[in-house]
Design a protein around this ligand. Structure first.
Ligand code: CA
Length: 321
């Protein structure tokens, strides 16, 4: 099976992440899956946005100057969907106000907006109808424990919405992903999620959840994941060992495959390569030919897809006679 391309926050290298234009572009570029990060509004609507915060990607501080919390941050959870839809969205800035990825769609201009998960699911359904494609979706439940402490439980709402859009079986084109290992177990065992599940693997110092990501990468950790999930989403760096210009497999992908887990590492960025690689194509070639990954999250779905297809034996042109 050809490795799948998961458009990370849409075609986020080219347009502001998680906007409808970024999703449409990724769709047109032939991504196999479009990723949705899912957070909740004050009126309990599911919204597509990477963070629980609004301030690094929108004009929220200008539009609603008094609506930050004591830490100075503006939280999606403190705004109704109708208010969120009023915001303008732009490229991602860091805490100092500098672009995180200089060279991408620049500045604080344009008419880009947030949207609900429902809007995106409708978009994908309609595009799949009009193009006769079967592009999949890849929703991530963001910070489930934090959201519950804020009075909302995202997982059941997400599963209900996915069922409404006819995502009902393990064979349907959807992966549900989460960093929180307790939530992945709960999705399968308590909530009876019938869909493919992916356990994301981060770094303990990110404090993303209480999950021990070092343990998850051990054989015992992978066995625990395999009991409930269909795949893992590790960092690219988890899958390789780099010393100088030499890069070799860490063994994680191979050990996961022995447990029948699919492996979809994140994130391929042509403008921010991991150590040991000098080009996007070299990175993708290593991931496909050496690591034998089953898919890649990419900010550059067009380039990643092109290189994956170039590596397919069947797609190579015949040698001249
Ligand atoms: Ca994500």
């Amino acid at each position: 099976m050809r490795p799948v391309v998961i458009a990370h926050r849409g075609a986020s290298a080219y347009l502001p992440e998680h906007t409808v234009p970024a999703k449409v572009l990724a769709y047109a570029m032939g991504a196999d899956y479009l990723e949705q990060d899912v957070v909740a509004s004050r009126d309990d609507e599911l919204v597509v946005l990477h963070d629980i915060y609004l301030d690094r990607v929108s004009n929220v501080a200008e539009a609603f100057p008094d609506r930050h919390r004591d830490d100075g941050r503006y939280y999606v959870r403190d705004f109704d969907l109708a208010e969120l839809l009023e915001l303008r969205v732009w490229e991602r800035f860091d805490a100092e106000g500098a672009p995180v990825y200089p060279g991408r769609y620049p500045g604080r201009t344009g008419n880009f907006r947030l949207h609900s998960l429902r809007t995106e699911l409708e978009l994908v359904r309609h595009l799949n109808t009009s193009t006769e494609a079967r592009t999949g979706i890849y929703p991530e439940i963001k910070r489930p424990a934090w959201h519950r402490a804020q009075g909302i439980d995202i997982a059941p709402l997400l599963l209900e919405l996915l069922e409404e859009f006819d995502y009902r079986n393990n064979s349907d084109p959807v992966y549900v992903q989460c960093f929180d290992a307790n939530e992945v177990v709960r999705l399968r065992r308590e909530l009876g999620c019938p869909l493919k599940l992916v356990q994301l693997i981060g770094e303990n110092e990110w404090a993303e959840s209480e999950t021990d990501y070092a343990f998850l990468q051990t054989d015992a950790g992978l066995q625990q994941i395999a009991a409930v999930a269909d795949g893992i989403g590790p960092r690219l760096e988890h899958c390789m060992r780099v010393s100088g210009a030499q890069v070799r497999a860490s063994g994680l992908v191979e050990r996961a495959h022995k447990l029948a887990l699919a492996v979809h590492p994140y994130t391929v960025r042509a403008d921010s390569l991991p150590d040991g690689f000098s080009s996007h194509d070299a990175l993708v070639t290593f991931c496909v030919a050496e690591l034998k990954v089953d898919g890649l999250f990419s900010d550059f779905p067009d380039e990643t897809r092109r290189q994956i297809l170039a590596l397919e034996p069947a797609s190579r042109p015949a040698a001249p006679q």
